[in-house]
Design a protein around this ligand. Sequence first.
Ligand code: XIL
Length: 362
Amino acid sequence: MISRRALLTGAAASALTPAHAAGPETLASAAARAGLIFGASIDSAAFDNSAYLDLYRRETRMYVSDVALKFDWLRPAPDIWNFRPADAIVEAARADGKLVRGHTLIWNDNAPAWLKKLSSREIERVFDEHIERVVGRYAGQLHSWDVVNEPFWPMDRKAGGWRDGPWFAAMGSAYVERAFRRAASVDPKAKLTLNEAQCDNDGDWGRSIRPLLRGLVDRLRDSGAPLHAIGLQSHLQSEFPRNYPDFRTYVDGFGAKGLEVYISEFDVNDAAFPSETAERDAAVAALAGEFLANVLASPAVKLVVTWQLSDRYSWYREVARKRLIGLGRKPRPLPFDDEFRPKPLRAAMIQAFEARTRGAKK
Ligand code: XIL
């Protein structure tokens, strides 16, 4: 639980933190001292607004493709390969001296209608061709690839908890190993990541998906598949139960297998927090601070990525516009507000990075 006191002190701190007080310390520099890479997902919002791109330049060490490499964005029709948005990210990263992380090569979500109409054999052909062409285009230039995103979704009611979709329908669960092997053969340099949602929470979702993911990881490793990292999205939910010691043990378990762990899509859904802005921002910061203090104590964690940088471009804004969360309020899930001013969340993240730096020196 976040105490009333923490809420109030957080609120007070935010009132005392004007934009220009951000100083030379950045999320990227504080993370680097803690042995972490800090990055954020990026899309056209930053390329259409130089102030937003400047924020990425200043605060991050890594650009992560947000939607640019998703199958339906890349291939709206069978004969269209729209590489321009992803090329722009890789170009900008090169110009700005940043690392790049690709999200996401294979996902059973985000499938266009044309793909769903194909036969299983055709889907397998599209799958192999897609991996070869997309991974090949950026081979040697990416820090890491989310090779498979969200393999599990028990709500789809498939045996084994697998997420349903065209790849799964055509190949069964074998699509996962096939994707990793093929990606590695095209780009032996990128760290190949299995990315999953929900594992951070201790609700029904988190508890059901965690063992499924661990089992898949063990099977991939037993078969010698090239798997280097586990991405835990960590879209924190204000209303979900949490159990930090259990989560820490879970994360350490991947580290013990020689895998890196990435907090790969960090943000805080504030739908259940107070309406008043300062109180809400403080509650977001307190929840994020608690979470990071626990998980960053694990040396397996090497990377923290937020999903965008400014609230204005959070994917939760769209979700809230559709009235799926938040009772008509504008979500404030990220370290910078709509005007790109630092929020208490940014301070809490820097504090958590500093705590890890101190912990490592002990
Ligand atoms: C989000 C994008 O940021 C939005 O622009 C899009 O409308 C929906 O998807 N988990 C993931 C990401 O793995 O790909 C999602 O990204 C957020 C949840």
